[in-house]
Design a protein around this ligand. Structure first.
Ligand code: DAT
Ligand code: MG
Length: 140
């Protein structure tokens, strides 16, 4: 099966009306949308999604931020789309993210405990499978 990745437009991006811009860039790159949803995630879903970060100083602010409002969740598909979307997103720190990337063009540092950097993308095939099961349990 063609590679899939889980993409989120985080509450900051959703609130700024950037879901369409993010999806536009994904489609312009040539990846295909497989599933799409708007939802406000609860703590239980987020603690599963961000399990690898439990105990880190930004963990609680991250869960607080991510549960603060709606997100757009998408499953995208295409050869090497995991790596490809990470490339579209840019570096985690929006100040360091290069112009041309989503975080570099549209994001900035707001001086908070958690970086609000507009998007999430799976970082490996293992996390992609795990995350798709969390956000789209019916996809199989
Ligand atoms: P990414 O989203 O680029 O995969 P990550 O998985 O390391 O980054 O971290 C998850 C999110 O947590 C990230 O998008 C923003 C926030 N974050 C990560 N490291 C941080 C830090 N050192 N300070 C503040 N927020 C951070
Ligand atoms: Mg990550």
């Amino acid at each position: 099966m063609t590679e899939r990745s889980l993409v989120l437009v985080k509450p900051d991006g959703f609130a700024r009306g950037l879901s369409g811009e993010v999806l536009r860039r994904i489609e312009a790159k040539g990846y295909r949308l497989v599933a799409l949803a708007v939802t406000t995630p609860d703590r239980d879903r987020l603690s599963q999604h961000y399990a690898e970060h439990e105990g880190k100083p930004f963990y609680e602010p991250l869960l607080e931020f991510m549960s603060s409002g709606p997100v757009t969740a998408a499953v995208i598909e295409g050869e090497r789309c995991i790596e490809g979307f990470r490339s579209l997103a840019g570096k985690t720190d929006p100040t360091e993210a290069l112009p041309g990337t989503i975080r570099g063009d549209l994001g900035r540092d707001w001086g908070e405990k958690v970086q609000k950097n507009l998007v999430h993308g799976s970082d490996s095939s293992e996390s992609s499978a795990r995350e798709i099961a969390i956000w789209f349990p019916d996809l199989g």
